[in-house]
Design a protein. Structure first.
Lengths: 766, 442
């Protein structure tokens, strides 16, 4: 009844499952018939199902479900539950299916992928990391083979040929970032043969909330080598002499550093009495700031390592060396100067893409996750996706205990250690979820000191960690892990092969301890969801302290609690509510950030689509040579007579594309610059977003005409060398290497909206 | 700008938004002329005329202005948007005082929507209160300064069903306020511009034709022409100054962007000449409203010295130099005060320094703060004087001709009109730029 009212009101998460449930009986009848068929006959049935267009009618849908079920039983030894089939049908209808952990989301997604692929759609299954993409593709391969569809996967190490082959398959598994970077690289192609990613059809998104909401906050950025950088050893030497705290100050969060008044004087004197803040030359100050940033904020072996005479970045959230990543805008060179290395070439941002625009390219989108309801409204607002809540196959009997709140971090740690000791004595497996890598190491050390042996996981190696986390349900095991570690891997009681299951069940199943609440309730739920898989017993509890980041950053003024017992526990319900309040503030800010990324990118997306359309026409339809034939008819005629039409077309294409890309990179840089200071407009009672659009539009005006004029100018200068047109001599350069970074790794991102928020606060308005 | 409107109507999505806004505003105006049940619309029309002709100072003039004349017509939407505005102001103030509301505000969107819900409840309460008092005053004839007999426009008075009808009118007006509130939210959500501001805008504009008509019929033609010219000049001037800003260039020197150079800097702090907006005028008006209230409370006997004093020097209709000077000084004072509390140069300078921004040739930190303060003071001085002049100009210029009471270009209304108008046009433009900028491209 209540469900019906919600649906009537169009509340999120109220997709009706009734039509799917009604079909279940028919599916079982069909299944019996299919059992008798041989494998080859089964493949035949699948092929026949493909002789129609999407969407499936009810008859075909039942057949497809029965077929998928039978194929999964034969190839994977798993007969999909009713709930999985319901999920699959929801996916086929383009919804996000919310299914609890351990309910078999991977198989559900695979069955839906088959459904789409049989009807001629190219399916991309997007996962959160390379390991999962590869694992799922390989795991499901027998199923796909039996049903006559091809599957491929992509990882960071894949070569261009491997990528092309993987994309050519009916179903391709890839991580979101790999797909995004492939799309970005395709936008630099100068020849049709260089393209890798095919036209987008269907996207099935695994862990949809992580991908679509959490990762959507940071755009993927592609950068290219521009020119060799100058070494700034002198500046590196200069900042090395500065005294921390006196000459410069580092922010509490370690994201920003600035010179103090004393420091400014010292630097100006050391540079020979210059004025750093003169209106004429600001490069000097930039150099000082970069050197200082490299010196004070980036630490060797924490943020980067030096290997083979090169600076290699360490991905902070995952703790491992990131291939093909560099710092932008001169920072790389500054770090190299700091380490006395020869500078590599500087890079510039060529293009960027948000997860939003990446996913919205696909006409059909769907996904599955364990925690979708909390973000149902965002999924609807940003992706036009509805959530279908699918009840677990067996009811969840996990016991979620109330949060335990402590006054200080030490008291919390003490309490956790005590709790672990107590629970561990019964042999019950324990999983402790921490906020970050450093915290998990610290806690592990503390546990070991207390004589509690534990395993630590911190997202350094997805594959290894999947194996470790799979064993977290073993009798007497203590696992300390970050939230991210071992995603997508089930924790089975009694070990991965469940050999010891009965004994573990008797202890009460997996006990999850959250070492502090996360910035969103969804992340809390994901951690809790590690226990109580498929009707297993289990328990969860969160330990929070008033000194946790969540509370200190969001409720800095929170003071005046009363400690209720000697060990520092606070039982005052009002204070426990404070924790929820802090979390809601954090959630509100993240949503605001997401919405802002989206809003600021709208205009950029529109402008980009104009450039991309032009690019496509040049690449595929020879627009370049047609334009140049009009713009410089004489040169064109002369060149055609000299080297032939085909060669002229090639040169025209390269020249035109070069100027399109060049112009776009310049425009991108302009927009980045514009956005950096746009929050200041708020001081004049202007809406920063409106102001951004107001400046971005005129700057783009005449973009195509200008690129065309420049191309014509260059075309006039082309010379014939050995019967070929020498475009390189005329100035066409391609980036020799490209690399990528996510903006969260970008040191200059200062969370624009935080600044705006701060400015707004000090202006006393909302 | 005209071109922008044409383009706006060519964009389907924006066209729908604009049409939707106009549609809502039309219904809103309709409700403002439909009398509440039981009211004789012909009689009340006559009554309004009579009151205007006697030239009796009407203490409800401002409220009436904000309700687009609906109040004195005892229309369904008699209360206009005022209860909602009052409620939002109250809740805004309460968020500073009540910890629970402050906590909610911090939670972002979710908390904000809860506060909005409270605002709605408070609006209903205020609407009940306000409609009751309006009806009570209408019943005794006080609403029209006793210029006409209540029984004429409320024919049901002194009958057996007097009470039920009165209750019904209160009910209808309260419901009307709720509908207006909904309209405002609808416009904000699905139309263009800020719904509440647009509703006020409509109400002020709605009084224009009637005011102009009165000037036309009561004065020689040259006065009418003069008023028209003065109005146009005034509005142009206000638009000009509202748009005026001083751009202080800011540079962020944290990156090496290489060889690129752009013409002009896109990073700057725009400081408006009139940074405070219309708020000082409203503050000053409400403060000067107090003497009138005091007079009302003490009774109008002339032998009371206080009343006598207030009546001589602080009668809003008297245009006494003391009154005008006080008004002017208050506006200027509030303008400076408002800028001082909303713009803290030291904090802005600190924030810039932290993120590597600086004003060319000015050192970060204190020198920057001092520079900002200097510029701001030099800007606010003319800005505050301008506000005072605009607010006073109509009173001074037309005070003696007797047309002031009817002059539609009152300082407050012009400032609000221009402000809302500019905001709305900017929003339409922003929509255009975000969606359909092909129109701009070639």
């Amino acid at each position: 009844m209540a469900e019906g009212v919600r649906r009537l009101l169009g509340k999120p998460g109220s997709v009706s499952l009734q039509p799917y449930i009604k079909l279940l009986k028919t599916i079982e009848e069909r299944e019996e018939a299919l059992r008798k068929l041989s494998d080859a006959e089964l493949t035949e049935v699948a092929t026949e199902l493909g002789n129609a267009e999407l969407p499936y009618d009810r008859d075909d849908l039942a057949e497809l479900c029965a077929l998928g079920r039978e194929a999964a039983r034969r190839t994977l030894g798993e007969r999909p539950f009713d709930t999985q089939l319901i999920g699959m049908m929801a996916l086929l209808d383009g919804h996000v299916a919310e299914m609890a952990t351990g309910e078999g989301k991977t198989l559900t997604g695979a069955l839906a992928a088959v459904g789409f692929a049989l009807r001629g759609q190219r399916v991309h299954v997007l996962s959160v990391n390379d390991y999962l993409a590869r694992r799922d593709a390989e795991w499901m391969r027998p199923l796909y083979t039996l049903l006559g569809v091809e599957v491929g996967w992509i990882s960071q190490e894949s070569t261009t040929e491997e990528r092309r082959a993987a994309y050519a398959a009916d179903i391709t598994y890839a991580s979101v970032s790999e797909l995004g970077f492939d799309v970005l690289r395709d936008r630099l192609a100068t020849d049709v043969s260089e393209l890798v990613v095919p036209e987008p059809n269907v996207a099935i998104i695994d862990e949809a909330d992580s991908v679509l909401v959490d990762e959507a906050r940071v755009p993927l950025v592609l950068a290219g080598a521009a020119e060799p950088a100058e070494s700034d050893a002198a500046m590196a030497e200069l900042v090395r002499r500065l005294r921390p705290g006196i000459d410069y100050k580092v922010d509490d969060d370690g994201r920003n550093v600035h010179l103090t008044d004393t420091g400014i004087n010292v630097v100006e004197k050391a540079l020979g009495g210059v004025d750093l803040f003169s209106a004429e030359d600001t490069t000097l100050l930039s150099r000082v700031n970069l050197a200082l940033h490299a010196h004070a904020l980036l630490h060797r072996d924490v943020h980067y390592v030096v290997r083979d005479g090169k600076v290699r970045l360490i991905n902070e959230s995952r703790g491992r060396i990131a291939l093909l990543q560099r710092w932008p805008d001169g920072l790389q060179a500054a770090v190299e100067a700091k380490e006395h290395l020869t500078p590599s070439e500087t890079g510039e941002v060529l293009d960027s893409i948000t997860v939003q625009s990446l996913v919205l390219r696909y006409p059909i989108r769907c996904g599955m996750t364990g925690t979708a309801m909390a973000v149902a409204e965002q999924l609807r607002e940003f992706y036009e996706l509805e959530v279908a809540v699918i009840a677990p196959n067996k009811p969840n009997i996990r016991i979620d205990e109330e949060d335990r709140l402590y006054a200080t971090a030490e008291e919390k740690e003490e309490a956790v250690v005590e709790k672990v000791k107590e629970v561990h004595a019964t042999g019950r497996p324990i999983l402790i979820g921490t906020q970050d890598v450093a915290e998990s190491e610290r806690l592990a050390k503390r546990l070991r000191r207390a004589g509690l042996e534990c395993v630590v996981l911190n997202a350094k190696n997805d594959a290894e960690e999947a194996a470790v986390i799979a064993e977290a349900g073993t009798y007497g095991r203590i696992t300390v892990s970050t939230q991210m570690a071992g995603r997508g891997t089930d924790i089975r009681l009694g070990g991965s092969d469940m050999r010891d299951r009965d004994r573990v069940v008797k202890t009460g199943g997996l006990y999850v301890i959250g070492y502090g609440r996360y910035p969103s309730s969804r992340l809390d739920d994901q951690l809790r969801g590690r226990a109580g898989r498929q009707g297993d017993p289990g328990g969860s509890v969160f330990y929070v302290s008033v000194e946790d980041d969540l509370i200190t950053t969001n409720l800095p003024e929170a003071k005046g609690y009363r400690v209720s017992s000697a060990d520092g526990e606070i039982t005052d319900p009002a204070w426990k509510e404070m924790v929820n309040h802090a979390q809601r503030i954090a959630e509100g800010q993240l949503l605001e950030l997401h919405r802002n990324t989206w809003r600021y990118n709208q205009i950029i997306d529109v402008q980009r689509s104009v450039v991309l359309e032009q690019r496509r026409a040049v690449l595929h339809e020879d627009l370049g040579s047609r334009q140049l034939a009009v713009d410089c008819p004489e040169t064109y005629q002369r060149l055609v007579e000299e080297v032939g039409e085909e060669e002229v077309a090639r040169a025209a294409r390269l020249v035109t594309l070069y100027h399109l890309d060049r112009g776009w990179a310049d425009h991108n840089a302009f927009l980045a610059d514009l956005r950096e200071g746009i929050h200041l407009r708020f001081l004049g009672r202007r809406d920063p977003l409106d102001e951004f659009n107001r400046d971005a539009v005129p700057a783009f005006k005449g973009f195509l005409d200008e690129a065309r004029a420049r191309a014509a100018e260059m075309f006039e200068k082309l010379e014939v060398v050995d019967g070929r047109l020498d475009v390189a001599a005329a100035g066409v350069k391609r980036p020799s290497t490209t690399w990528t970074y996510m903006v969260q790794d970008q040191p200059f991102s200062t969370d624009l909206e935080n600044i705006v928020g701060r400015v707004k606060n000090l202006m006393g308005r909302d | 700008m005209l071109g922008a409107f044409v383009r706006a109507f060519r964009t389907p999505e924006l066209r729908n938004k604009l049409l939707f806004t106009l549609f809502i505003l039309t219904i809103f105006r309709l409700g403002a002329v439909i009398p509440a049940p039981g009211i004789d619309s012909v009689a009340i029309e006559k009554c309004v005329q009579q009151t205007a002709e006697t030239g009796a100072s009407n203490i409800y003039a401002l409220i009436n202005l904000f309700s687009g004349g609906a109040l004195l017509q005892l229309a369904v939407f008699a209360l206009g948007i005022m209860p909602y505005i009052t409620a939002s102001i109250i809740l805004n103030l309460l968020t500073v005082v009540v910890p629970r509301l402050e906590a909610l505000k911090k939670e972002g969107q979710a908390g904000q929507s809860k506060i909005t819900q409270y605002t709605r409840y408070l609006t209903i309460a205020l609407a009940v209160l306000q409609s009751t008092s309006v009806i009570a005053m209408a019943r005794t004839g006080q609403l029209f300064q006793n210029a006409c007999i209540p029984e004429e426009y409320m024919p049901f008075l002194h009958t057996s069903y007097e009470l039920p009808v009165l209750i019904m009118i209160v009910f209808v007006m309260t419901a009307g306020t709720c509908v207006i509130m909904w309209f405002g939210e609808l416009i904000t959500e699905r139309g263009v511009g800020n719904g509440m501001s647009l509703l006020i805008f409509t109400q002020i504009i709605a009084e224009f034709p009637a005011g102009m008509m009165r000037i036309w019929s009561e004065n020689p033609a040259w006065v009418f022409a003069l008023v028209c010219v003065a109005g146009v000049v005034l509005i142009t001037g206000v638009v000009f100054i509202e748009q005026a800003q001083r751009r202080i260039p800011v540079q962020y020197a944290k990156r090496m962007v290489g060889r690129r150079m752009y013409g002009g800097s896109s990073t700057y702090i725009p400081l408006k000449v009139n940074q405070a907006g219309v708020i000082p005028v409203i503050f000053a008006s409400s403060l000067l409203y107090l003497p009138t209230l005091v007079v009302g409370l003490l009774g109008a006997e002339t032998d009371n010295k206080v009343v006598d004093f207030l009546n001589t020097y602080f009668n809003p209709m008297g245009n006494h130099p003391v009154y005008l000077t006080t008004f002017f000084l208050l506006i200027v004072g509030f303008a400076f005060f408002y800028v001082a509390i909303t713009f803290n140069p030291a904090e802005v300078a600190d924030n810039m320094k932290k993120y590597g921004g600086f004003i060319p040739s000015i050192r970060p930190g204190r020198p920057t703060a001092e520079y900002l303060d200097y510029v701001l003071t030099r800007l606010t001085t003319p800005g505050a004087l301008y506000l005072g002049v605009i607010a006073l100009l109509p009173m001074v210029a037309l005070g003696t001709s007797g047309a002031a009471a009817n002059f539609p270009f009152g300082g407050v209304s012009i400032l609000i009109m221009v402000g809302v108008g500019l905001d709305t046009v900017k929003q339409i433009e922003s929509h255009l730029q975000q969606r359909n900028y092909e129109g701009f491209l070639r």
